[in-house]
Design a protein around this ligand. Structure first.
Ligand code: UDP
Length: 409
């Protein structure tokens, strides 16, 4: 017996039922030995890494051969790709020839180093997007985009489109991100792994131990936001809302963030937030999944006050723990929170403050919303649903491409 423990589809039975487990396993069997590779730009920090870590292991547990590669890049490269990411979410960009040259050169270097002869290649997000231009395609390629595409910068979109339309299909997080592409668009909302260190059950003493390790006081209710240090997560808006709320109810705010290797803006945002620290405003930069878990469980209220959000895994993570979430009324957050039912959606600092006060004053409401939130995640946002969407896609490619695809064409 293996000394290692990894979640299997069967472990999801208490949450999704025996029939769903059986169905997914059957789909997996039909794909046995199917060889795929996923390509992204960081192993940790951010939702894509979180997703791919769990998804690739689950696929391998089922008998597929699912690899995961990371592209390498210089700080210059990641500085450009972060600007591209921001512009995809609607920011302005000075799309100079120099930026394009850095972007395309580094992707070319990665293409030289990576040899893809798998049955399917899945490329994630804009950083490795142009890879496809450097291969004589022998199998289908899919581009998955995790960012909020509701209003991309037009000039940037025009530049990226020729890369995007070389793919055989594009996966977006939400139907409303559709760009009416020439290639098929699919819509897969991300999902969480309930067995990971970040999401599994914790005992009270495990929670307390983790919080006390970082000297997080628990004498007052905790209001928490867990997010990469990124302007789209509106951490300053969170602080402002908390200060307003605190005029009415006492509490402690914790902003926990991390930095991803592909996000050079994190340090600057962290520095700005450090300037806002007070006795009851705690700003932590830490890479610790157990701490994320403990905070999401201990918090009376979780905030995810984003102003753009592709999906927002942190929302599902907190809802899974039965903690009510106040989220920005944008992107994927809208698909997770039903306003006033299992959490609140807000569009301003004032609204966020009012909802913080309301929730902190009403334990029954917190409990009821928390229970409904957990149920929503159980029904819609567990990893098996995401896995099954991929298995269906692989199945359709297997049929279509085995019949029609001519290698090298
Ligand atoms: N995260 C973390 N530690 C932190 C901040 C974030 O582990 O200090 C994780 C968070 O729990 C979630 C992921 O990073 O799993 C963020 O995913 P999300 O979709 O919310 O946002 P993204 O960073 O991809 O924009």
């Amino acid at each position: 017996m293996s000394p290692y423990s990894l979640p299997r589809v069967e472990d999801y039975e208490p949450y999704i039922g025996a029939a769903a487990v059986e169905r997914i396993l059957r789909k997996g069997e039909s794909m046995e030995d199917f060889h795929i590779v996923q390509v992204s730009s960081t192993y940790y920090g951010g939702g894509v890494a979180e997703l791919l870590g769990s998804l690739s292991l689950l696929m391998n547990q089922m008998g597929l051969r699912a690899g995961w590669r990371i592209i390498q890049g210089s700080p210059d490269f990641f500085s450009v790709t972060k600007k591209i990411h921001n512009a995809l979410q609607g920011s302005d960009i000075n799309l100079s020839e120099m930026k394009k040259a850095i972007y395309e050169q580094v992707v070319y270097e990665n293409a030289l180093r990576n040899h893809f002869d798998q049955d399917l290649v899945i490329v994630h997000d804009p950083q490795p997007l142009p890879l496809i231009t450097h291969y004589k395609k022998k199998s289908p390629w899919v581009w998955t985009c995790h960012v909020d595409l509701s209003a991309p910068n037009a000039e940037l979109w025009h530049y990226l489109l020729p890369f995007i339309e070389q793919y055989d299909a594009v996966i977006l997080s939400l139907r409303e991100y559709s760009r009416q592409l020439k290639v098929p668009e699919l819509f897969f909302m991300p999902a969480i792994d309930p067995f990971s260190l970040k999401n599994r059950d914790l005992t009270e003493s495990e929670i307390d131990e983790r919080l006390s390790r970082y000297e997080i006081p628990t004498d007052l209710p905790l209001v928490v936001q867990v997010s990469r240090f990124d302007m789209w997560k509106d951490p300053l808006g969170v602080i402002e809302a908390f200060r307003l709320a605190r005029k009415e109810v006492d509490a402690t705010l914790v902003l926990l963030g991390n930095m991803a290797t592909d996000d050079p803006e994190g340090e600057e945002i962290f520095r700005i937030l450090v300037g806002e620290r007070e006795e009851r405003i705690i700003v932590l930069s830490m890479e610790d999944s157990g701490l994320v878990n403990a905070l999401q469980r201990k918090a009376s209220v979780i905030l995810q006050k984003s102003i753009r959000e592709g999906f927002g895994l942190t929302v599902a993570e907190a809802m899974w723990k039965g903690t009510p979430v106040i989220g920005g009324n944008v992107g994927g957050i809208r698909h997770q929170i039903r306003d006033g039912v299992n959490g609140f959606l807000v569009s301003s600092v004032q609204e966020a403050a009012a909802r913080i006060v309301q929730l902190l004053r009403d334990e029954k409401l917190r409990r009821e919303m928390g229970e409904k939130g957990r149920k929503a995640v159980q029904e819609k946002f567990l990893m098996t649903r995401y896995l099954e969407q991929y298995l269906d896609l692989f199945g359709s490619f297997k049929t279509v491409f085995r019949l029609d695809y001519r290698p090298g064409s």
